[in-house]
Design a protein around this ligand. Structure first.
Ligand code: EPS
Length: 382
């Protein structure tokens, strides 16, 4: 299975193509759109999100609610396009001057992209923009439907913002609250603290980063492989999550703090229960050992840097005159950590779905479902 996306932040639309989904998979468009809307929400978002109302259009590969086996083609319209048409049109005669960016923003792709492609900074920022994650969310939300149809589940929560950590527990009550919270946390005190941090950041022209956690439950043991470096499930998840704009670190289970533990404290003892099979009595590994899912929940944390567009801009160099200047101020978000969590959940879903289809290759969803059920029966019976 593979996918590609195209589209500029202020172009007419984002497009995506998915190839390799089995035929006969039920597609719930409403669920994809709900996920797109969740990505747009969150208290720190800027003016652009008041314009966009993301919704996917299924242009090919789905008929009467089921995949046909043909490539899926997806579109998401940029409602901001009419404001940019003269500037962003493909036609010669486009207005290349009025929104020209001459002061590259530290932390963005601006400068290096302009040097690499010998092009104007706007051409760089249009594609490097996190707007592109809207299509990755649509693609991942479809992969997630494949996983959910065979019992795998994904949930996420924001762990910290601006260095202030939330309390967490694994109770259903906590997760209920986290799903409904605008900050995607089950800790009301953290919500209040983050609200204050956001207002302070807004007043000072600052931006905020944070740490999010994605959990994937009921993944059978044995997705991914130790056979080659590029088949390891943790390596593949890390690559995919690190590729999301502003993500600076990805870890599994205890993550970096695993390095501080003694071996006897770190590793998860193996136990066995007739009828359900092997399991671990703890999950410090975060559900992956030897590059394979081990049957415990996959638990991933990711660190997002503060958004690099600052209303109180940093120093930079004017790209043509080479004079010192303040970085360009583009309309921007102040904190997009909850949005990033929604992106990362769907990106992780894509990788796990891809690994599931490698373990259970199938032309039809019925074959896939049967293969997963047979394998689960084997795992609980050994
Ligand atoms: C972004 C800058 C802002 C964000 C954008 C990401 O866009 P604009 O320049 O149009 O105000 O709103 O995020 C999205 C459009 C989105 O859908 O998430 C950036 O520079 O990466």
């Amino acid at each position: 299975m593979r996918f590609l996306t195209a589209g500029e932040s202020h172009g007419p639309k984002l497009v995506g193509i998915i190839e390799g989904l089995p035929a006969g998979l039920p597609i719930d468009k409403k669920k994809i759109d709900e996920t797109l809307r969740r990505r747009q929400a969150g208290p720190g978002r800027g003016g652009r999100m008041k314009i966009e109302q993301d919704e996917v259009a299924l242009m090919a590969g789905v008929r009467a609610g089921l995949t046909t086996g043909a490539p899926l083609a997806l579109e998401i319209i940029n409602l901001d396009w009419p404001n940019w048409e003269k500037i962003m049109t493909w036609e010669s005669g486009a207005d290349l001057e009025s929104r020209k960016v001459l002061a590259p923003r530290p932390g963005h792709a601006d400068l290096t992209g302009a040097l690499k492609y010998r092009t104007e900074i706007r051409n760089v920022l249009e594609r490097a923009s996190a707007r592109e994650t809207a299509m990755r969310v649509a693609v991942g939300a479809i992969a997630r439907q494949l996983l959910e149809a065979v019992g795998m589940q994904i949930q996420g929560r924001v762990r910290s913002i601006g260095g202030r950590w939330a309390q967490t527990d694994e109770s259903e009550e906590y997760w209920q609250k986290a799903r409904q919270s605008p900050w995607l946390t089950g800790d009301p005190q953290a919500e209040t603290a983050w609200g204050q941090l956001l207002e302070e950041a807004r007043a000072r022209g600052e931006s905020l980063g944070g740490v999010v956690e994605v959990q994937i439950h009921h993944v059978p043991a044995g997705l991914g492989s130790y056979e080659q470096w590029d088949r390891k499930l943790d390596g593949r998840l890390a690559q995919a999550l690190m590729s999301v704009q502003a993500i600076k670190g990805v870890s599994f289970g205890l993550g970096f703090s695993a390095a501080d533990q003694l071996g006897s404290q770190m590793h998860d003892p193996i136990d066995y229960q007739p009828g359900t099979g092997f399991f671990r009595t703890s999950n410090h590994a975060g559900g992956i050992e030897g590059g394979m899912s081990n049957g415990e929940p996959i638990v991933i944390q990711a660190a997002m840097k503060p958004i690099p567009t600052l209303y109180q801009p940093l120093a930079t160099i004017q790209i043509e005159t080479k004079q010192k200047i303040a970085a360009s101020v583009e309309r921007s978000d102040i904190c997009a950590v909850p949005a990033a969590l929604i992106v990362l959940e769907q990106v992780a879903a894509w990788v796990v779905a891809e690994a599931a289809l490698e373990k259970f290759p199938a032309d039809t969803f019925a074959e896939f479902k049967q293969a997963v059920a047979d394998y689960r029966a084997y795992l609980s019976g050994v």
